[in-house]
Design a protein around this ligand. Sequence first.
Ligand SMILES: Cc1cc2nc3c(=O)[nH]c(=O)nc-3n(C[C@H](O)[C@H](O)[C@H](O)COP(=O)(O)O)c2cc1C
Length: 325
Amino acid sequence: MADLHSVYLGLRLRNPLIISSSGLTDQVSKIKKLEECGAGAVVLKSLFEEQILHEAGKMMDQTDYPGAEDYLKVYARNHSVSEYLRLIEDAKKETRIPVIASINCVSTSEWIDFARNIEQAGADALELNIFYLPLQTGKSSADYEAIYLDLASRVKETISIPLAVKLGQHFTHPAGMVEKLYHRGIKGVVLFNRFYEPDIDLEHMHFKAADVFSTPSELSHTLRWVGIISSLVEKIDVAASTGVHTSEGVLKMILAGAKAVMMCSAIYKNGPEYIRKVISEVNQWLDKNNIKRIEELRGRLSYGSLENPAAYERAQFMKYFSALH
Ligand SMILES: Cc1cc2nc3c(=O)[nH]c(=O)nc-3n(C[C@H](O)[C@H](O)[C@H](O)COP(=O)(O)O)c2cc1C
């Protein structure tokens, strides 16, 4: 069996598979089960501070976008700060895998103090799940990006455990954004968060939630940016998230340059025991290819390692059209 040890955010993981921030990680009993089934680490369910919710409410009052408010409310339910801190303490006491806490941020308000409490409770690292809906047409993209950067800097000033920022998929210049985060002391980025999205029920003509789970077809978008950003901003750790449903997905992300690979939807759908299958298949594949350490694989097919990196850059279908006609 190959050595699967990986280092992410300076934390030593027994394997690179991390269970993403979600309802899968909101109780110690669940975290213990994930550890027993072989998870390399967990990111706890995000903490949504009251202030954030309040501000989100105000933000939503000015818009006609009820979906986003519902999303925040669902996340916030039953998660008071003290409960959250207890979850960190208990998870640290009762498991041995790294425990990464997560805060959902929408503004630079007093909640930053909670980051200090999270550090004191013993979290090994903190992931910032930043969600900011750009609704003010008078503002520029740079104005919105400045909010992310300011948040990251302020938390970095507050605590000394490693910090990761979990980004959404829709930045104009993701690599530039990650480079800026790196210069603010951020150790890792999670590419990408997959937010609640709206849908419309045509039969009853009302607004509803789109499918909350990803599909394996979403892997490609993640793969492109993991490959590119792990090459262009080499010093930051990249964790892949969204669309990884199988052991093949894990291996592809490592080949593209990911330090860690996160899974959420696949575990919701298949249960925690599925982790054993994924890890065992990763091992089988490495054995079959005579690879002794997963580290040997990392970044072998990243943007920077390819002789012809155009494969990562290609976005238009011209070639396919000519082949199909
Ligand atoms: C039910 C559910 C709850 C989630 N809660 C959170 C959360 O609290 N914080 C967060 O950063 N991401 C949250 N996410 C997003 C996941 O962590 C993950 O980034 C996303 O589902 C994409 O990964 P996947 O393709 O493996 O599902 C949630 C996702 C789901 C499906």
